[in-house]
Design a protein around this ligand. Structure first.
Ligand SMILES: Cc1ncc(C[n+]2csc(CCOP(=O)(O)OP(=O)(O)O)c2C)c(N)n1
Ligand SMILES: [Mg+2]
Length: 643
């Protein structure tokens, strides 16, 4: 039995029949397809989508943005669903490279279907074709290779028969997932073939919950048993595995404190007795001090990015050992850990059972409680930091948090907001905090907000976006209007790149080139640029309003919640009212020689901090040096502005 279809039609017919199942819950894997048509896909995939209205097609405004939207949709859906993305050849295709990198880095499934140059070649060079004098086996789509977990180019229709199942295997694998690129030459997209009927049968991909190796598990349990100051770092894997309840039970009984990465924030509610809040460069004092002293670190579903490890400087205990629970062997083996290559939920509940008689010392529990209480007061202080107008960013964050519902979602990606949100946002639901901080891509915010809302229409989605990110990618507001997608955008207008301005000052470049001001000689120190964000958002069809005071902001948020489509609330904030960092450092290299005094002064401080970076290679086979005495410290006031 065969079915005669074009390649474009076969791709769509196949995607429609792909389902996933985890814990007995079955659902279609693809919610539809985003796209922009050009000569490279209009007659192939475009024709196929046109004749298949049951597969939702959404026209977007920018190809990079649509990958952000798909990434956000997949993230909010715990990787159990995603969108496909179709583009023309050339610039439409390469616009997706940034999104592909983001998906692959953050291990989130997206299917990219860029058009490609003619397989027949006779008509080459076609419009937008990259020519090469040394080979005809190249196109701009080769740029996707390093940023894709699976990459293929379909030169003959029958190649789909072996390629499409690989596409699905990778997309639905918790360990291997990321961007999958299937480049579709524009002539091949329209070519017909007699495909075997089985290719279009319903297929359910079981999302596995793998159990770890028994010997690694035994070693891990033994390691935790002899720990005096264990610390659990919760990464995105806790959330994707839906392991929050198991995590709660494990740490309530054992008293092990939990620090959260950006991707793992929300693993515990902010006020859970074991929660130390944010970990790392943008972390809380409690998390960072206990990380410094921890003798055993249990990393669950974390990649250990430099923001988490403070550039490998935070783990100071001489004999510190790691046990890493991760579906990806790659991450499980980091820091010479005991690797438990396993699903987070399964591994945590098994650890819970094996360690039912284990608990940390009461003094350790008391310290955790004290850090938590101190931090709660600190957050209150930042929420209540009423200045201006212009307002401070922390009081804006505070008002959005306190006026939102526990299940609402905050979406963000780049600038100074991620650090403030990581520290200050009081997360009350595992899916209430949505930060794209693997790639921290400016421009993700609004496009990502659409993805989060499409995945969770029952929740309000608050997009917090800086003026810089907004100017990079605001056009998806038009898509939100088109599709009736309600997102509430809070635009923080601090007239420039506050985050990089602070970093520039800390590293000796005096904030050069970071402010949105008119040119005045060599510098951008003239008057503020007269950008009218309210008018800008309104011109795209969004409900938009300016809020100068806290009362105005409260009213504007209420109004926004009452809208049916997207809203933008523009708030001017004070660029210099920064939250600062706590017990943290981040390695951003400072000029070793320079002609500026600020850089000359910054360098020795930098060199001293860098000396704290460690190679974390202790396997436990050698005798670790003796631990320093525990120190019991209070919260110190915000330190250097280092993000
Ligand atoms: C696409 C992209 N380009 C550059 C950067 C580097 N970068 C990080 S934050 C930032 C400035 C962000 O400005 P804004 O959105 O206004 O936020 P603010 O720093 O003012 O909070 C820049 C340029 C990035 N993360 N992403
Ligand atoms: Mg800004």
């Amino acid at each position: 039995m065969t079915r005669r279809l074009t390649v474009g039609q076969a791709v769509i017919a196949f995607l429609q029949q792909q389902f996933v199942s985890r814990d007995g819950n079955e659902q279609p894997f693809f919610a539809g397809c985003f796209g922009i048509f050009g000569h490279g896909n209009v007659a192939g995939l475009g024709q196929a989508l046109h004749q298949t209205p049951s597969f939702r097609y959404i026209l977007v405004r920018n190809e990079q943005a649509m990958v952000h939207t798909a990434v956000a949709y997949a993230k909010q859906s715990n990787r159990l669903r995603t969108f496909a993305c179709t583009t023309s050849i050339g610039p439409g295709a390469t616009n997706m490279v940034t999104g592909a990198a983001e998906a692959t880095i953050s291990r989130l499934p997206v299917l990219l279907l860029p058009g490609d140059i003619f397989a027949r070649r006779l008509v080459a060079p076609v419009l937008q074709q990259l020519e090469s004098e040394s080979t005809q086996d190249i196109s701009v789509n080769d740029c996707f290779k390093p940023v894709s977990r699976y990459w293929d180019r379909i030169q003959r229709p029958e190649q789909l028969i072996t390629s499409l199942p690989e596409v699905m295997r990778v997309l639905t694998s918790p360990a291997d997932t990321g961007a999958v690129t299937l480049a579709l030459p524009q002539d091949v997209q329209a070519d017909a073939f007699d495909f075997p009927e089985e290719l279009f049968a319903k297929r359910v991909w079981q999302i596995p919950r793998p159990r770890g190796d028994a010997e690694s598990f035994r070693q891990g349990v033994a390691l935790i048993r002899q720990a005096r100051q264990p610390l659990l770092i919760a990464g995105g894997g806790v959330l994707y595995s839906e392991a929050s309840e198991e995590l709660k039970r494990f740490v309530e009984k054992s008293g092990i404190p939990v620090a959260e990465t950006q991707a793992g924030k929300g693993s515990l509610p902010y006020n859970h007795p074991s929660s130390l809040g944010a970990m790392g460069v943008t972390g809380t004092p409690g998390a960072n001090i206990l990380a410094r002293e921890a003798d055993v670190v249990i990393g669950v579903g974390t990649r250990y990015s430099d923001f988490t490890t403070q550039s490998k400087s935070v783990f100071e205990y001489p004999g510190v050992r790691f046990i890493n629970i991760n579906v990806a062997s790659f991450d499980a083996h980091k820091h010479a850990a005991i690797p438990l290559v396993a699903d987070a939920r399964v591994a945590i509940s098994e650890l819970s059972a094996a360690l039912s008689d284990f608990a940390v010392a009461p003094e350790y529990r008391a310290r955790i409680a004290r850090y938590q209480a101190d931090w709660d007061r600190e957050v209150e202080r930042w929420y209540g930091q009423h200045i201006g107008p212009p307002l401070s960013q922390s009081e804006v964050v505070g008002l959005v948090n306190t006026t939102s519902q526990p299940k609402d979602v905050v979406v963000c990606a780049a600038g100074s907001l991620p650090g403030d949100l990581h520290k200050l946002w009081r997360t009350r639901d595992p899916k209430g905090y949505h930060l794209e901080y693997g790639y921290s891509c400016m421009g993700y915010e609004i496009a990502g907000g659409l993805g989060a809302k499409l995945a969770a229409p029952e929740r309000e989605v608050y997009v917090l976006v800086g003026d810089g990110s907004y100017l990079m990618m605001a056009q998806e507001l038009v898509t939100a209007v088109q599709e009736g997608i309600k997102i509430i955008v809070v635009l923080i207008d601090n007239h420039g790149h506050a985050s990089i301005n602070g970093l520039s000052q800390a590293t000796g470049a005096d904030g050069f080139g970071t402010l949105y001001r008119k040119r005045d000689g060599d510098l951008l120190t003239g008057s503020l640029l007269p950008v009218d964000f309210v008018a800008n958002a309104a011109s795209l069809g969004a409900h938009s309003v300016r809020a100068r005071t806290l009362d105005e902001l409260r009213r504007a948020l209420e109004e926004a919640r009452a809208q049916r489509g997207p809203s933008v609330v523009v708030v001017e904030t004070d660029l210099d009212a920064r939250v600062g960092s706590y017990e943290s450092w981040w390695d951003v290299p400072v000029a070793e020689v320079s002609e500026t005094k600020s850089a000359q002064e910054a360098y020795p401080k930098y060199a001293a901090n860098r000396a704290k970076e460690r190679f974390l290679g202790n396997t436990g086979s050698a005798e670790p040096s003796k631990q320093k005495p525990d120190r019991d410290r209070d919260i110190v006031s915000p330190g250097s502005k280092n993000q």
